[in-house]
Design a protein around this ligand. Structure first.
Ligand code: HEC
Length: 132
């Protein structure tokens, strides 16, 4: 094999790697939704996700920190730390890492509603957020 050929092969590898990295944001959300859907056995509802997001639970809701607008920056209720907007349309880094999504769903559901969210609830919310 010539060096030129090797170089061409590695360049193709880099280009392929880059394009998967770009495509992966919405693909990750789609993959998670598909997995959840297989577990609950029915499609998710963006409307229910939206309702859940704005629902008041004894003075707490998802908007307590993320604010009423998904397009705006939020602020952590306790620490005052700025939270970047939740809508992927204005914040492309949103909802692109499985580990992060899982971690915060767990933590924030417990804080907001006093228990873990069900897979149905997470699917509804994730679908709705993905469309923003
Ligand atoms: C007490 C403040 C607080 C409340 C209330 C809260 N969140 Fe969050 N949320 C955060 C913080 C802090 C982060 C992580 C910082 C960041 O992503 O900018 C986060 C991140 C997330 C993420 C990860 C986003 C990503 O890009 O992967 C999801 C999903 C999420 N929250 C969902 C919810 C849901 C659903 C509710 C309501 C049940 C909720 N949050 C309520 C503070 C809060």
């Amino acid at each position: 094999m010539s060096n030129k050929f090797n170089l061409a092969v590695s360049l193709i590898g880099v280009v392929a790697g880059l394009s998967t990295a770009c495509a992966s944001a919405s693909e990750i959300r789609a993959a998670i939704l598909k997995e959840y859907e297989a577990i609950v056995g029915q499609a998710f509802s963006a409307d229910s996700g939206k309702q859940f997001w704005y629902q008041d639970n004894n003075g707490r809701s998802c908007t307590t920190c993320h604010t009423e607008s998904l397009l705006a920056k939020g602020r952590h209720e306790r620490t005052g730390k700025i939270i970047e907007p939740m809508a992927p349309s204005v914040n492309p880094k949103r909802l692109t890492k499985r580990k992060k999504i899982n971690k915060w769903f767990l933590r924030n559901c417990k804080w907001t509603i006093g228990r873990e969210c069900t897979i149905q609830e997470k699917g509804d919310i994730l679908l709705w957020l993905s469309e923003q």
